[in-house]
Ligand binder design. Structure first.
Ligand code: SF4
Ligand code: SF4
Length: 597
């Protein structure tokens, strides 16, 4: 007898044996069975904490997640405004999306029952469609179990005791290995791109670095930033402020990665070889640029690539404006700026140095002999302290002090210095004074946490021995018989909030104190000098609070006159915003001259 035949006889007998037994599956039909606390059912998303980065959607191998707009959630810097919607006809409950969620907003719950005749009910926006889900979380990913890496690769730097002895660069740059590791932390969500004033292609160049293709990274970077090595060293990095990883950890070191890539191109020739920009055939139009700062250089570079005959007029002997004369060399070495400008000259940008508009060449001549003018003159005049005795010998403006230092001139500030201010420029003055051997105190009206200066710079200053005097308001410069600074009188301040606004410092009566010092450096802001402009232009140039009013194309109220940089009302006062102005004006000038609406 074959085995098959034997099975045919035995199987009915085996089945008969079960007839006398009660079916156990229906013993307790009303009993609620406990679900494993770690059961993975539907997701729950904390909609407030979610930043709409889409990393969950990108990782899902079942294409179960779409990012959708919700009527009550608006996009803002650092939040796309989109939220994940999950198709439970596709989801396999693997929870990879939870593992990669940088904000930790996405979780899984033990809920899994949903009965509906409507097939679209299988699409759910977690958090919106199951608000009670937060009470039943069954799987979450904290920063220790997340697949994201929340700690950045530290940047090596000179020891504080060592660095105050010279103007050597403080930060030493990433090694190749460090750069690859740091670049691989990026989740490529692109939220950073939106917050960068020039919308650099950040995930793309970071990905190129992670893949080991530094040349591709350099080429991508130069696509919309002509001074990227400068940005790689001193950019105010609005991108990092909203990096998805900084929600629960440290932002990707976007600035340092840009520095790493651009430093691979060691000189202007190598930059040109790698970037190999497409340069349009020359057209018949001429454009003048006034000021070779970041905004002016940017407009000059990109207009030259578009075939325009561009000439830059610069009052100083070197290019760069504030980045050359205002940023100390321990942050931004001279060679770094020069290399980038040499590259621009190689592609055809013409710069007339030591040419003061309004003196060596008249504005009207420039205006009448060009088809468009881009003006980026910056803020060249400093605000005075505005207190008794501020004309004393030994009272410096930050711009004059830093300008002399960067020009290599000798500056005598004595043994003890008080710097007044709270922005990056004030910190630069303090740290430079320290490098000149002075004992340095920094007076600021508000609290340390209110200082607009970069925290990294504040910490660097503290490490170098600078003493901060928060909540102090200078009231009088004390002079000696020769009219030289002898000390600074100040009052202490308490922070008061009125009407729920930003706390402001209120002088405390009777708290007058004097600090003896040999020099005082006022770093309390700058204003523009428009003396280069003739009366008939000034009469029609729309201004607000001493700044030039421009539209979104950086067009002023004067035909064919565009403006950008610190002297215009739009944007922030930093180099990357000036670069954005130059880039935007380039497109607008091109459109105007080519007749494109
Ligand atoms: S990964 Fe997290 S933060 Fe990003 S969209 Fe998805 S749920 Fe929101
Ligand atoms: S649990 Fe897995 S399959 Fe389901 S949405 Fe998340 S990543 Fe996709």
């Amino acid at each position: 007898m074959s085995i098959l035949n034997l099975k045919g006889i035995l199987t009915p007998m085996t089945a008969l044996k079960q007839i006398s037994k009660e079916p156990h599956t229906i013993n307790f039909p009303d009993e609620q069975k406990d679900i494993s606390p770690r059961y993975r059912g539907f997701h729950y998303n904390d909609l407030e904490a979610c930043i709409g980065c889409g990393n969950c959607s990108t990782i899902c191998m079942n294409d179960a997640i779409d990012m959708v707009a919700l009527s009550d959630i608006a996009g803002q810097p650092g939040d796309s405004g989109l939220r994940p919607q999950i198709d439970y006809g596709r989801c396999c409950y693997c929870a990879l999306c939870v593992d990669v969620c940088p904000s930790g907003s996405l979780n899984m719950t033990s809920d899994f029952i949903k009965v509906s005749p409507d097939p679209y009910d299988f699409l759910m926006v977690p958090g919106k469609d199951n608000p009670d889900g937060k009470e039943k979380l069954s799987f979450t990913a904290d920063i220790d179990t997340s697949l994201n890496v929340f700690d950045r690769v530290p940047m090596r730097e000179l020891d504080p005791q060592e660095r105050v002895k010279s103007f050597a660069e403080v930060f030493l740059g990433y090694t190749e290995e460090e750069a690859r590791i740091e670049a691989s932390r990026c989740i490529s969500c692109g939220l950073c791109t939106e917050n960068c004033p020039v919308h650099m292609h950040i995930p793309e160049y970071i990905n190129a670095i992670a893949q080991g293709d530094d040349e591709a990274a350099v080429k991508i970077i130069y696509d919309n930033n002509d001074l990227p090595e400068m940005c790689g060293k001193v950019c105010t990095r609005h991108c990092e402020d909203i990096c998805a990883l900084q929600v629960r950890g440290e932002a990707v070191a976007i600035r340092w990665l840009k520095r790493y890539a651009t430093e691979r191109a060691e000189n202007a020739d190598i930059i040109k070889e790698i970037v190999n920009p497409e340069i349009r055939e020359p057209n018949q139009y001429k454009v003048a640029v006034i000021g070779a700062g970041p905004g002016g250089l940017t407009a000059a570079y990109y207009l030259t690539l578009r075939g325009y005959d561009v000439t830059v007029y610069e009052a100083h002997k070197d290019p760069g404006g504030m980045i050359m004369y205002g940023i100390p060399k321990y942050r931004l070495p001279y060679d770094s700026i020069q290399k980038q400008v040499d590259y621009m000259k190689e592609v055809g940008v013409k710069i007339h140095f030591n040419t003061v508009v309004g003196k060596d060449i008249m504005f009207d001549d420039i205006y009448n002999n060009n088809d468009a003018v881009f003006m980026a003159v910056g803020l060249q005049d400093a605000w005075n302290l505005g207190i008794e005795g501020d004309d004393a010998e030994g009272v410096w403006s930050a711009i004059k002090f830093l300008g002399k230092i960067n020009a290599g001139e000798q500056v005598d500030i004595g043994k003890k210095v008080v710097v007044v201010g709270g922005g990056d420029v004030s910190i630069d003055c303090s740290r430079v004074s320290r490098r000149l051997g002075a004992e340095v105190y920094q007076s600021y009206r508000r609290r340390i946490q209110d200082m607009p200066a970069d925290l990294e710079e504040i910490e660097g200053a503290e490490a170098e021995g600078i003493t901060f005097m928060p909540q102090t308001i200078p009231t009088r410069v004390i002079k000696d018989e020769q009219g030289k600074v002898k000390g600074l009188e100040y009052v202490h301040a308490e922070m008061v909030s009125e009407g729920g606004g930003r706390p402001r410092p209120k002088p405390i009566e009777g708290s007058e104190t004097v600090i003896e010092c040999d020099a005082i450096i006022a770093a309390i802001g700058q204003k523009a000098d428009y003396s280069l402009l003739p009366e008939h232009i000034l009469a029609h140039l729309k201004m607000e609070k001493n700044k030039i009013v421009v539209d979104e194309n950086r067009q002023t109220s004067i035909p064919k006159l565009f403006a950008g940089g610190d002297a215009v009302v739009i944007g922030r006062n930093d180099a990357i915003s000036a670069i954005a102005d130059g880039f935007i004006a380039t497109k607008a000038i091109d459109n105007m001259l080519m007749g494109i609406k």
